[in-house]
Design a protein. Structure first.
Length: 115
């Protein structure tokens, strides 16, 4: 079993920045795929950024150049640095981890971008 705990969401003005963190515990491996998804009201959950095998990174097109995903294996933590936030980034952000073929999700953290 894998347990994921997110932190770092909040309210920010357009153009502002936030950093999300996701700490993992339980049966985890440094080879796990991990990252972030988001879900806005009335929309489907969508991939934002992933750290793939061999530390290859994958980003949603609309966040490229603004968001940066990183991981700290010593702390079992994955981060999402979000810069130049836009109102369309408003959503609940979910931490994701795939361990040995099983998907695990955090409880979600709200990010609201509004003036």
């Amino acid at each position: 079993q894998v347990h994921l705990v997110e932190s770092g969401g909040g309210l920010v003005q357009p153009g502002g920045s936030l950093r999300l963190s996701c700490a993992a515990s339980g049966s985890i491996s440094s080879d796990d795929v991990m990252g972030w998804y988001r879900q806005a009201p009335g929309k489907e959950r969508e991939m934002v950024a992933l750290v793939l095998i061999n530390d290859n990174l994958k980003y949603r097109e609309s966040v490229k150049g603004r968001f940066t995903i990183s991981r700290d294996n010593a702390k079992n933590t994955v981060y999402l640095q979000m810069n130049n936030l836009k109102p369309e980034d408003t959503a609940v952000y979910y931490c994701y981890r795939n361990h040995w073929g099983s998907n695990y999700w955090g409880q979600g953290t709200q990010v609201t971008v509004s003036s």
